[in-house]
Ligand binder design. Structure first.
Ligand SMILES: Nc1ncnc2c1ncn2[C@@H]1O[C@H](COP(=O)(O)OP(=O)(O)OP(=O)(O)O)[C@@H](O)[C@H]1O
Length: 786
């Protein structure tokens, strides 16, 4: 178990039994610490804790908006905060047990969230990397074959559905839990830090001095990072549309959620005006870090003379004293998990909240110890959970790993979100405290044609700038300028050459909280065991969002080619489309695109995508166009309705290939309460691509726009024939649809205009023509069904 995990799991109160350390020294140490915590003098230990609570109370509102998933402990803290506000003027000894209890709770929660590590695997139905707890049972397979020009890939995602689905769900819960408990674990951290400081003051044992030096260095680096005035921090919450914006330069710190969340200090907020701020002397107040201020930095890096809390001036921790104390060796430190571990606050979660983001920003991993150089916690957890021996931390400056520069702007890595076939995506925070996703594509060793293909994603995203349902590209950099030039000019000279230099493509993207694949698995998990069917309104809402996203690209003559739930991200309540890695623009002279190789993700691939460029029975070349995307949408809808893709039963590539390319194969549809839903799925999953509906039609499908049942009225008598026909074909969705259309045309031919406007002969002829056309269709339908 790594040190972080041990720290997070340790009990805080005095009654703990050693659950984390095998070392008797550390047991003893922690016992002493706990005892001291219980009995420490109020002046040195309780005050900051008292001061934490009111801050929380003040910011409770924003907290709740930022972190949708709330835990009991965080609520407790908030409540406690309220209570304590009233008592602020007088220190009450009985504050102590409450705090201890709280931290113990937090510790428990933290232990759960840290007891598993996160790895990536793939779910059969979802075809996305999912966070999975170790051990890696029920692993599904994710094959990826490079096509002719490498970036054209076919992903085969086959596996063991139930188990991986289960795993995924667990991990989601954990991710959320970890998102929630972050600030509480940090709170606990402060308490621990306090306790340790007390202990060290008394006992004279300190590693803190060393860490403080590191902290100051780090702080200096971070000040440079924050060279621009901070204007806004915008962080999205876990699974719902939640955004918290903090105007650090204008809002008082005490009103922001995160900045004051754990702070026992009132930090002055000033924008950094000088990017080359020298490291502050150790007794200087923490200025300029503004919203980034963190009490742990304050505790670790500020001496008692800190001006941050004038009320408590002279009673703050005297760090210089600490620095004079003797230091623990690194090994001693490793064996003493109860020592303050600032890194403990570096928690990565899929859906971080503001508090997380800030603590992560203020406390880069190597802040607390110069011996810690792991690139990220999740990576460390992966290693730990895989049973491999985690090597002792090496002394290495990992700042290059910590910050990623794109076009001269620094972004601090908060953790790896995932990696695709060709890229790594990191959660990052910019100097103005906005969370982004940073996609990093390594080009070295790839041929220019492939690299060119990667760059096209940038092109598409640029083209789709400002479109609501497309993930927004904030900034990008292609380090190989020749390549970028080639992309911009639309031609590559060196097509067969390989990118030799260490070239990268960086894309700074809007950050998505959760993808549809995870949302779906959550939804199915919720319904697990019950006889419920999927909530139709939920389905309608997200289906419409999906259609709007795809409509946007189809209007721009772009075929995505890899539509799957994992490529729709939830951003502030809207689904947005990502991953244009294999998208293709439709040439102006055709409605189809020609592909160099098969593309897409197997479970969502259309028959024509499997047979792309082959010739059909009539000798025509099979091409992929917008209908191919519609097929993929059909598979997504099917999955939303039934919880699995239409060909999930066919496990191997060849089985899938055979069944999907077979025009006579009948997809099975279990009965659903709404016949329109069946009709909709059929419209998308028509084998013949010419029969598939287009997006504009799908947006008007009666499943999304249910025909309003008309009240029997005198007017209705004129449509008696239609009513009678309609009553007799309720189970025939095709006939019902035609009857509805006819009714609509007869009753309200131009809903948006008044009937007086129906004056033009042409308009009247058009409408009559439409009526006869629908009548004819209905008649033919009945004749076929006879
Ligand atoms: N803007 C974003 N916000 C949050 N997560 C993102 C964002 N963009 C991508 N991701 C996540 O990063 C991972 C990989 O992203 P992406 O699909 O773009 O990479 P890729 O290399 O094209 O992968 P694929 O193998 O799916 O083609 C996915 O888990 C995805 O959900």
């Amino acid at each position: 178990m790594d040190r972080d995990a041990r720290n997070l799991m340790r009990p805080i109160n005095s009654d703990f039994t050693s659950s984390s350390s095998s070392s008797s020294n550390s047991d003893l140490f922690r016992s002493v610490q706990a005892a001291l915590k219980r009995h420490r003098p109020l002046e040195t230990s309780i005050r900051p804790k008292r001061m934490l609570a009111p801050r929380r109370e003040v910011t409770k509102g924003s907290a709740s908006s930022a972190a949708v998933v709330d835990t009991k402990s965080s609520r407790d803290v908030a409540t406690q905060g309220q209570d304590n506000t009233a008592k602020e003027s007088s220190v009450q000894p009985h504050d102590m047990p409450t705090s201890a209890k709280e931290t113990q709770e937090d510790a428990c929660v933290t232990a759960v969230s840290n007891s598993s590590s996160i790895t990536h695997t793939f779910d059969e139905n979802l075809d996305v990397p999912i966070d999975q707890t170790k051990p890696d049972i029920g692993a599904s397979c994710h094959f990826e074959s490079q096509g002719i020009d490498a970036q054209k890939k076919v992903q085969f995602s086959i596996g063991t559905g139930a188990s991986s689905l289960e795993m995924e769900w667990v991990s989601i819960s954990q991710a959320e839990a970890s998102a929630v408990i972050n600030h509480d674990s940090k709170h606990q951290n402060i308490l621990n830090t306090e306790a340790d400081i007390c202990l060290k003051s008394d006992g004279g044992i300190s590693l803190l001095a060393k860490r403080t030096t590191a902290a100051q260095d780090q702080l200096h680096q971070f000040r440079n990072f924050l060279s621009q005035p901070m204007t806004q921090s915008s962080v999205v919450g876990p699974s719902c549309a939640t955004t918290t914006s903090v105007h650090a330069t204008s809002a008082p710190m005490s009103t922001t959620y995160c900045s004051s969340l754990h702070s026992g200090y009132h930090m002055p907020v000033e924008p950094l005006k000088d990017s080359n701020v020298n490291p502050q002397p150790s007794n200087a107040p923490l200025r300029g870090t503004g919203a980034m201020s963190n009490p742990q930095i304050a505790v670790a890096a500020q001496p008692s003379t800190s001006a941050v809390d004038t009320q408590n001036e002279g009673k703050e921790y005297d760090l210089s004293k600490e620095q004079k104390g003797c230091k623990l060796s690194e090994s001693e430190y490793q064996e003493n998990p109860s020592l303050p571990d600032v890194k403990q606050t570096e928690v990565e979660s899929y859906a971080g909240d503001v508090a997380n983001a800030r603590s992560q920003v203020t406390l880069p991993p190597n802040l607390c110890s110069d011996t810690k150089s792991e690139p990220s916690k999740s990576e460390k957890q992966e290693k730990a959970a895989s049973g491999k021996v985690v090597p002792a931390p090496r002394k290495k400056n990992k700042d290059s790993d910590l910050f990623i520069k794109v076009n001269g702007k620094l972004y601090q890595r908060l953790g790896k979100i995932g990696s695709g076939g060709s890229s790594e995506v990191h959660k990052v925070i910019s100097s103005d405290c906005t969370i982004y996703a940073l996609k990093k594509i390594k080009l070295k060793g790839r041929d220019y044609a492939t690299a060119f293909g990667f760059c096209q994603e940038i092109e598409y995203l640029n083209k789709l700038k400002g479109k609501n349902h497309i993930i927004q590209l904030i900034d990008y950099e292609v380090t190989d300028k020749a390549l970028l030039h080639a992309v911009l000019s639309g031609s590559i000279n060196n097509k067969d050459g390989r990118v030799k230099d260490d070239g990268y493509i960086y894309m700074v993207l809007e950050y998505g909280e959760i993808d549809l694949a995870h949302m779906l698995s959550q939804k199915w998990k919720e319904m697990d065991g019950s006889n419920q069917t999927i909530d139709e309104n939920w389905l309608r809402f997200y289906w419409q969002q999906i259609l709007l996203a795809v409509s946007t690209i189809h209007e721009e003559r772009i075929v995505h080619s890899d539509l799957k739930p994992a490529n729709f991200l939830l951003v502030r309540g809207s689904l947005k489309l990502i991953d244009f890695g294999i998208a293709k623009a439709i040439m102006s002279d055709t409605t189809n695109i020609q592909r160099d190789s098969q593309v897409g993700t197997l479970s969502y691939m259309s028959p024509e995508a499997f047979m792309c460029n082959e010739t059909d029975a009539d000798g025509n070349t099979i091409k992929c166009g917008r209908p191919s995307d519609i097929w993929s949408l059909g598979c997504i809808l099917y999955q939303m309705v039934y919880g699995r893709t239409p060909f999930a039963d066919y496990k191997t590539f060849w089985a899938k290939f055979k069944v999907i390319t077979d025009p006579n194969h009948q997809i099975s549809y279990e009965p659903v309460p709404n016949p329109w839903l069946l009709d909709l799925m059929r419209k998308c999953l028509a084998w013949d691509r010419n029969e598939r509906w287009r997006i504009p039609e799908l947006l008007q499908h009666p499943f999304l726009v249910p025909p309003v049942p008309t009240q029997p009225s005198s007017h209705d008598h004129s449509c008696k024939l239609l009513r009678l026909i309609g009553q007799n074909c309720t189970s025939d969705s095709e006939a019902s649809k035609l009857v509805c259309q006819l009714k609509q045309l007869l009753e309200d031919p131009l809903p948006s205009t008044t009937s007086q406007l129906l004056t033009s002969r042409d308009q009247q002829c058009t409408l009559l023509c439409q009526v006869s056309k629908v009548c004819l269709q209905l008649q033919e339908h009945f004749q076929r069904d006879k």
